[in-house]
Design a protein around this ligand. Structure first.
Ligand code: SF4
Length: 684
């Protein structure tokens, strides 16, 4: 009889739900019954993790120009190249593009190196594609990037409004929790606001099929309705909120019918929202990934602030993050316009405080380039050395062919990854083998601000190193050994917690003091704030006057469509560009090839039959995809998943067609509404 397998308590590497797992070196995976995110539940992706831990395709040694090299040689070349670029062209001539897959400790040292030692803020993250609009909306409304919601709120609410969120496929365990709560509470209603019918729609009592970017018109209409029917919380507004009058005036100027809904649908939704005390509005990429994403966020927040539906159990707006550590990245300043611990680059006191703590030779003085602009700077020849960590921008960014060409123009490109071949890695001068999930230690923060441990249960393969270690090794070679002299992720985490304490005069939400007394090895999933208080329960917000702000927001002009609009998103069983999830046969069986959804009316007009190929084209690129004829999207709207790379499919990399349009406030790309021309593909 074989010995019982030892299971390690860790966290899932996929989505922002942040489920706890018990994992074994033999590939055993169970949901952790004690983790408050999932209480033992798992989704298809989490359950198949055991099929992804083999070493096939792994990058196991550093490479320079395709040849194996030693760490010494590789890091020496990197240090010399980055130092020379900084000396000859200034600190803004180099850039890091990092990832919500990184652990908080990786994120922390990468930001410390770029912002405090190199002296540039040219470090952005693929989380820019995930929740930057929510960050910007929170800061405008609350005075800080504070997510007020908790998962328990979803179970206490009587009305859950899901906006631009296919929770069933993208945050499946939260979907499971809501489904269970709905069964237990027959009074609970779920409204799904989405231009597309999805698996999440099946759970909803009402599906409101708005037009793309119709969210602002809808929520401005709700705010006007609340004001016009005397359903604002005047007392709450007086004590805790500014900006009421201009926000309502602006909302009244709009036409809610521009949302694409009928008067009857609008009236029913407005009455349901106004008549339900406990409302949680959950929103995700359909809101954030838009040319007006930040305004859409504030349109939602306005309605919660105007009615005091925030800071109470079962109430509030709730942005759910896509990536496993998008939230942890925010905490340590992972975006190019932030400093660690929710501090601001533009604030000289904040900069001085962080610099003083780090005892760094310099500190960035202005925000750096956001993702799309960063790769445009590569195309323009302004970036002389680029380091991409744990992400695949040549596939995942809009105008993916343009991004690949931009990377190819950079004189020196380093890529850290677990895989030997990625579309981005193939463009690199230097490849750095990173240890992956299950092989490294650190922390992640999930969508409800709960910090959990990822723990190693496998040996590091080949010559791979954890990302935090690679970054510190490079920093040492660039002359800053003393400031990056960490021997473990526990030491990095301790410095981050200490920085939070040292700068607490400037940020009031991110109090991490309880972690100072915790044993890192035994750290249990812990939510901040840790003392059981609920954000905004006392009506106090983080603007200087202690109040929240309602913002006047304007709905965008309706789209004038002379072609199709292309929406992109995710499949149930794949994750991003499939570096890990693509390994699991069980996951590949769900939807095996790239496809594009097209409405039957459009299919008929293009002469398409089931199984035919559809050719898509616009000024950025082209793709040929299997047509899936379905009424999930309205006529004129197409949907395609974003997972397939050029290496996996010669014609299915959908972001070759995504326009590099961004929200002007957050810089988040509008990945869900690109104009394309479509015609039946004739192989002849
Ligand atoms: Fe992992 Fe997200 Fe699934 Fe949980 S819901 S098991 S975190 S992919």
């Amino acid at each position: 009889m074989s010995a019982p397998q030892t299971l390690t308590r860790t966290t899932c590497p996929y989505c922002g739900v942040g489920c706890g797992l018990l994992a074994g070196a033999d590939g055993s995976i169970k949901g952790d019954p004690d983790h408050p995110a999932n209480y033992g539940r798992l989704c298809s992706k989490g359950a198949a993790l055991g099929q992804t831990i083999d070493l096939a395709g792994r990058l196991l040694a550093p490479q320079i120009n395709g040849q194996e090299a030693s760490w010494d040689e590789t890091l020496g070349l990197m240090a010399e190249t980055f130092s020379t670029a900084i000396r000859d062209h200034g600190p803004d001539s180099v850039a890091f593009y990092i990832s919500g897959q990184l652990l908080t400790e990786d994120y922390y040292v990468a930001n410390k190196l770029m912002k405090g030692f190199i002296g540039s803020a040219n470090i952005d993250t693929n989380s820019r594609l995930c929740m930057a609009s929510s960050v910007a909306g929170h800061k405008r409304a609350f005075g800080s990037d504070t997510v007020p919601g908790t998962y328990a709120d979803l179970e206490e609410a009587d009305l859950i409004v899901l906006v631009g969120s296919n929770l069933a496929w993208c945050h499946p365990v939260l979907h499971q929790r809501i489904a269970a709560a709905k069964t237990a509470n027959p009074n609970m209603k779920v409204v799904n606001i989405d231009p597309r019918k999805t698996a999440t729609t099946d759970l909803a009592d009402h599906h409101l099929r708005i037009v793309p970017d119709g969210d602002t018109a809808l929520f401005n209409g709700l705010l006007a309705h609340l004001a016009d029917t005397g359903q604002l919380d005047d007392d709450y507004l007086k004590k805790h909120v500014t900006g009421r009058r201009p926000a309502i005036t602006q909302a009244r100027l709009g036409d809610p019918l521009e949302s694409g809904l009928t008067e009857a649908e609008l009236a029913q939704f407005y009455q349901l929202w106004a008549g339900t005390e406990k409302v949680v509005t959950v929103y995700s990429q359909g809101v954030n990934q838009s040319k007006c994403g930040t305004d859409k966020v504030n349109a939602i927040l306005n309605c919660h602030l105007a009615t005091g539906r925030i800071g109470k159990p079962g109430c509030g707006p709730f942005s759910v993050t896509g990536q496993p550590n998008a939230m942890g990245g925010r905490e340590v300043g992972g975006l190019s316009n932030m400093l660690a611990n929710h501090l601001d680059i533009e604030n000289p006191d904040h900069r001085a405080s962080v610099r003083g703590f780090w005892q760094s030779p310099t500190i960035c003085t202005q925000p750096g380039l956001k993702a799309v602009d960063l790769f445009q700077a590569c195309a323009d020849g302004k970036i002389k050395a680029l380091w991409v960590m744990s992400t695949n921008p040549a596939v995942s960014l809009p105008d993916a062919d343009g991004v690949a060409a931009a990377i190819a123009k950079v004189p020196f490109v380093a890529v850290s990854d677990i895989m030997a071949r990625t579309d981005t890695g193939d463009l690199a001068d230097v490849l750095l083998p990173a240890t992956g999930w299950g092989e490294k230690d650190g922390t992640v923060t999930n969508s409800e601000r709960r910090i959990s441990r990822q723990r190693a249960f496998l040996p590091p393969p080949g010559a791979s190193r954890p990302d935090w270690k690679i970054i510190c090794d490079l920093a040492a070679r660039m002359g800053w050994a003393e400031s990056f002299n960490f021997s473990s992720p526990a030491e990095v985490f301790a410095e981050y917690v200490a920085l939070s304490g040292a700068t607490q005069d400037f940020h009031r939400d991110l109090d991490l003091s309880i972690f100072a007394d915790m044993d890192y090895a035994k750290l249990l999933p812990t939510q901040w704030p840790q003392n059981g208080t609920r954000f905004f329960a006392d009506g106090g917000f983080f603007h200087g006057n202690g109040k929240a702000r309602m913002l006047p927001v304007t709905a965008p002009a309706p789209i004038q469509r002379d072609a199709f609009t292309l929406n992109t998103g995710r499949n149930r069983d794949q994750w991003h560009t499939m570096s890990r999830s693509g390994k699991a046969p069980r996951l590949g069986a769900h939807l095996a090839e790239p496809y594009v959804e097209i409405h039957p009316v459009d299919a008929t007009s293009l002469g398409l039959s089931a199984g035919d190929l559809l050719a898509l084209r616009n000024r950025y690129g082209q793709a040929v995809l299997r047509a899936l004829i379905t009424d999930r999207s309205a006529p004129g709207q197409l949907f395609a998943p974003m997972h397939w790379t050029r290496q996996q499919s010669t014609s299915g990399c959908i972001n070759t067609l995504t326009a590099p349009v961004v929200d002007p406030v957050s810089g988040q790309p509008a990945s869900k509404c690109s104009p394309v021309a479509a015609q039946k593909f004739n192989a002849a």
